[in-house]
Design a protein around this ligand. Structure first.
Ligand code: SF4
Length: 242
């Protein structure tokens, strides 16, 4: 079976534990206004690769994984759009004892049979929550968040698979109307959360929107400092200890 990938980063230290081999899958069905990878959206472009070829590439990095307690991370785009392909790949990776992480925005049905099977082979989810308020989520991402929050609960409380929550901090948007308090309370209900990472909004991907001819609608958005994002991260983490 073939999948479509956007690119590969063979040595990352920020997409899960240890040294990570990161496969950026092509295709995304969300339209986050702050997205820094709009070039991953189109599902019909990218590089086609056979599942077995991708498995072999990942296995070749296994000495680094073993040494650093690392593994592979599937990111994107939205990797779960290619769940069938990932199922074939991940089955083989687990036969080779490779740690598998999936970075997802989680906008899927928890009853999807392929996803259910795939999740059996996933050791860690990097789970993005874009906004806790559904109206604000729709304004920021293009869809409401109910399905996403259900998926977070399913992974964390039913499957109990380890989860790292990822949040992009956009001052004036993701902290509007008590949103951080509500987000903190929601995350506190998720039983398998090991870590919360808050990433400051940045403008490094804006040039890609220009290149693709897509209007960028966050032109006046303030870029927070790393310190501000860290304060939000500390605040959200406090909720896990209450
Ligand atoms: S989910 Fe990720 S790749 Fe998709 S639009 Fe949002 S930020 Fe971009």
């Amino acid at each position: 079976m073939k999948g479509r990938i956007h690119s590969i980063e063979s040595f990352s230290k920020v997409d899960g534990p240890g040294i990570r081999y990161v496969v950026f899958m092509q295709g995304c069905h969300l339209r986050c206004r702050f997205c820094h990878n709009p070039d991953t959206w189109n599902t019909s472009i990218g590089n086609e690769i056979e599942a077995d070829d991708l498995v072999q590439k990942i296995i070749s990095a296994k000495p680094y994984f073993d040494f650093s307690k690392g593994g592979v991370t599937f990111s994107g785009g939205e990797p779960l759009l290619q769940a069938k392909f990932l199922l074939e790949v991940c089955k083989k990776l687990k036969e080779n004892d490779i740690h598998v992480a999936i970075d997802t925005a989680g906008n899927f049905d928890t009853n999807d049979p392929i996803l259910k099977e795939l999740f059996h082979y996933v050791d860690l989810f990097l789970f993005d929550i874009k906004h806790i308020d559904s109206d604000e989520h729709e304004a920021l991402v293009g869809v409401r968040n109910e399905r996403i929050l259900e998926m977070a609960k399913y992974i964390a409380n039913v499957l109990k698979t380890p989860m790292w929550i990822r949040v992009v901090y956009l001052p004036g948007i993701t902290d509007k109307n008590n949103a951080l308090l509500r987000l903190r309370d929601f995350i506190a209900t998720l039983k398998s959360v090991e870590k919360i990472e808050v990433l400051p909004y940045h403008e490094m991907g804006v040039y890609k929107w220009k290149d693709l001819g897509i209007p960028y609608t966050l032109k006046d958005q303030r870029v927070p400092t790393i310190k501000e994002a860290k304060e939000v991260e500390d605040y959200l983490n406090e909720g896990r200890n209450i």
